[in-house]
Design a protein around this ligand. Structure first.
Ligand SMILES: CC1=N[C@H](C(=O)O)[C@@H](O)CN1
Length: 328
């Protein structure tokens, strides 16, 4: 009897042991399943956050917690990058930030619920890098839209359109009336701002690197002309006129019969716009909606006119996607 009871006890023990082993196995399996599931979820989240955010049409802001637009609304301000170039974006004699790009952006941002605009002065050639590095959230400098820049930033639609200008010493001693004329006189030197589209236009016209005096900003361009380091300076027509007016130097003059440059047989008329980071699609779309309304109701022209632009300089129906396309 005793024998039987001890056998029963042993067999009960072994049944319990097996049951507890099965329980442990089941728990281990469950933990593995949960681990695999968590890894899969983590990988999916990482791949979504890691997407480039590049605007390839219809894509929204990437999976970051809050978009730049939402953050700006929440904090009540947004920072713009500008290059101190009259009449696009500059500080006036009272130290107030203004210019066509600034006032258009200010009006639109207010309508988007962003009351305050802060500003970061940056050399023109550093604007795109500054935007990408998040030193500011918008470039408001009247920057021209072109396919190369569209690879790096997301442009709003253009707010104005303009041609180029050339200034020389009074009397135009070297008879420089076009970029081609500069190219043909290898002794002639032209001052041009670093990072500006004019460098490409000059190259396309045959002007060599040695003929270009590359300067960091437009003040340095006029200084180069005044000091004789350059025989000419080039920049957009309105920027050129504003520099000449400000300098009031009788020793300089604007070339009135300047022949606008062409690249590949096409006129290089520039279209200026605000620009955002590539993944700030919601900000760009909201900005464009307000800009369209301002084109329609005449407000855009009113702002442009305050800075010397006329109806001729309105951008018409030209859009950023058209100007970003290499065939444009
Ligand atoms: C308003 C402006 N446009 C040209 C550009 O976008 O490169 C340059 O002339 C710099 N300033």
């Amino acid at each position: 009897m005793e024998m039987t009871s001890s056998r029963i006890h042993v067999s009960l023990l072994s049944v319990r042991k097996k049951r507890s082993e099965r329980l442990v196995e089941r728990n281990v399996r469950k933990k593995w399943m949960m681990l695999i599931l968590a890894t899969m979820l983590l990988l999916t989240a990482c791949s979504e956050n890691g997407s480039s955010g590049k605007n390839d049409g219809g894509q929204t802001d990437n999976g970051n917690a809050a978009s730049t637009l939402e953050k700006a609304k929440e904090q009540g301000y947004i920072t713009i990058g500008f290059a101190g170039e009259n009449p696009y974006a500059y500080k006036d004699e009272n130290g107030e930030l203004t210019g066509e790009a600034v006032e258009i952006a200010r009006t639109i941002l207010k309508r988007l619920g962003i009351e305050e605009m802060r500003a970061e002065l940056t050399e023109f050639s550093g604007l795109i890098a500054g935007l990408q590095a998040k030193r500011f959230d918008i470039i408001a400098a009247g920057m021209f839209i072109n396919p190369e820049r569209c690879e790096a930033v997301l442009f709003a639609n253009p707010e104005y359109s303009i041609g180029e200008g050339l200034a020389v010493k009074a009397g135009n001693p070297l008879n420089l009336t076009s970029y081609k004329a500069i190219a043909e006189n290898k002794d002639a030197k032209v001052a041009v701002m670093s990072g500006a589209v004019e460098i490409g236009y000059l190259e396309a016209s045959g002007v060599t690197e040695a003929q270009m005096v590359i300067v960091p900003d437009q003040d340095a361009a006029i200084s180069a002309l005044q000091s004789g380091r350059a025989d000419a300076m080039t920049m957009t027509g309105p920027a050129l006129q504003s520099r000449l007016d400000q300098a009031g130097d009788e020793g300089l003059e604007r070339v009135m019969d300047f022949e606008q440059p062409t690249v590949d047989g096409n006129s290089v008329r520039g279209y200026g716009a605000s620009a955002f980071r590539l993944d700030d699609v919601s900000l760009q779309e909201a900005f464009n909606t307000e800009l369209d309304a301002m084109k329609e109701n005449g407000e855009l022209l009113q702002i442009l006119q305050q800075f010397g632009f006329t109806e001729q300089e309105l951008p018409g129906d030209v859009t950023a996607p058209q100007l970003c396309s290499p065939q444009a």
